[in-house]
Design a protein around this ligand. Structure first.
Ligand code: FEO
Length: 401
């Protein structure tokens, strides 16, 4: 069942909590599910802002009809057409055939591509307004946060920013919908960071452009299409997004490693121990064979230092490491310091590829690069310790952007 939650006298949350889907985009784990936030503005004219995934359409319509009390929906505003928000669109059109779909030129193209919908579409430009009666909506085009058509809708009467994916996060809304209903918003902030790094981080430059567009707005509440509604302190999530999209990080190091028989793992322990002795901040250690990269990418975004350790496998980095560096390259994370270590049995090759990866990322390589043939000797472990100390020293100095 889906429920309606009043936000103010004419605005209702009518979203869906998805506790069934295991992976977002069939890629990113959702152990705490996800909410698809949809909003109903019941004014002189009635508008929905973003819908829900098709799976939830029937319950969604029942909730909507209960609230409408016989009224029709005049507008469906699409801030973002990815199917987690637009899947119920055909159902909505069947029930409300006169409903206009509101989006920008890019939205119109994608509506035709995804749903073969070309009629009753109202195309808006950046800065256009839509008057619902008391609510006066203004459209702000924010392309590539996360798709080309993404835009935000600002209710100038109430200061509510309907922001689409931006500022949203994984996790269903169980014990509250608003930030001021949650005693500890830390989990939601972490899940917003994980959503950002996994889904949106690649488009950080475009996020910065979008944030610049918001700087003049008097925002009383941020209402994203996933996760918490931020009304107690809406500027907090905006400032976090600013920091994340600038690739800013805390002191701390993420160690990412793979190990088949424990030799590379022993080297990891020597690096980690040295980092710990240097008290460099948070140290997150991830075995690539055991931890989903969703969480590793998130830690890499949090920390100034990244240390990669891998055995050579068929003259390449271990397959999970090979995958990890490709994903990181695709994400385009900037301004990190890099340490590299690893081992091989009879022929190396992996560390050359990790070094080339660091060069392509323009990350600063910290010496020494440490490689063991077979089991690491005492000298090799001492070099790993030196690598940890050098990384700690560089992280403390700060990374020039
Ligand atoms: Fe929530 Fe980009 O979809």
């Amino acid at each position: 069942m889906s429920i309606a939650i009043p936000v103010h006298d004419r605005l209702f949350w009518i979203g869906a909590n998805d506790r069934a889907t295991g992976l977002f985009e069939e890629l990113w784990p959702m152990p705490h599910g996800i909410a698809y936030n949809s909003y109903l503005i019941k004014d002189e004219r009635v508008a929905i802002i973003d819908a829900v995934k098709s799976f939830f359409g029937v319950d969604y319509l029942a909730t909507l009809k209960g609230l409408l009390e016989g009224k029709k929906v005049d507008y469906l505003i699409i801030n973002h057409i990815e199917p987690d928000h637009s899947g119920a669109i055909r159902l909505l059109r069947e029930i409300f055939p006169g409903m206009q779909i509101v989006g920008n030129r890019k939205t119109a193209g994608l509506l035709a591509d995804f749903y073969a919908i070309t009629e009753n579409v109202r195309v808006v430009e950046d800065g256009d307004e839509l008057d619902l009666g008391r609510s006066r909506l203004k459209f702000i085009l924010t392309p590539m946060v996360h798709w080309p058509e993404t835009m935000m809708t600002f209710d100038q009467a109430e200061g509510t920013l309907f922001s689409g994916d931006a500022f949203g996060g994984f996790g269903t809304l169980d014990d509250g919908v608003f930030d001021d209903e949650i005693s500890d918003t830390g989990t939601y902030e972490y899940e917003a960071l994980r959503y950002f790094t996994n889904v949106i981080g690649k488009y950080s430059t475009m996020v910065q452009k979008a944030l610049a567009r918001l700087s003049g707005l008097d925002i009383a509440m941020v209402a994203p299409s996933h996760g918490l509604l931020w009304r107690k302190d809406p500027r907090r999530i905006v400032s976090l997004y600013d920091r994340w999209s600038r690739n800013e990080a805390d002191d701390g190091v993420t160690i990412v490693y793979a190990s088949m028989y424990g030799n590379t793992e022993r080297m990891m322990e020597a690096v980690a121990h040295a980092l710990s002795e240097e008290r460099v901040g948070d140290i997150a250690t991830h075995n690539l064979s055991r931890t989903h990269i969703s969480y590793i990418i998130t830690d890499a975004w949090r920390h100034k230092g990244i240390v990669l350790g891998t055995p050579t496998y068929n003259m390449k980095p271990f397959p999970m490491m090979d995958h990890f560096i490709r994903v990181m390259e695709n994400k385009g994370l900037k301004d990190r310091v890099l340490g590299i270590f690893g081992s091989y049995g009879w022929a190396g090759g992996a560390l050359k590829e990790l070094t080339a990866f660091g060069e392509r990322m323009k990350w600063e390589l910290i010496e020494p690069v440490v490689e063991a043939k077979g089991a690491p000797t005492a000298d090799i472990l001492a070099s790993c310790g030196q690598l940890g100390r050098n990384i700690a020293a560089r992280v403390r100095q700060g990374i020039p952007a």
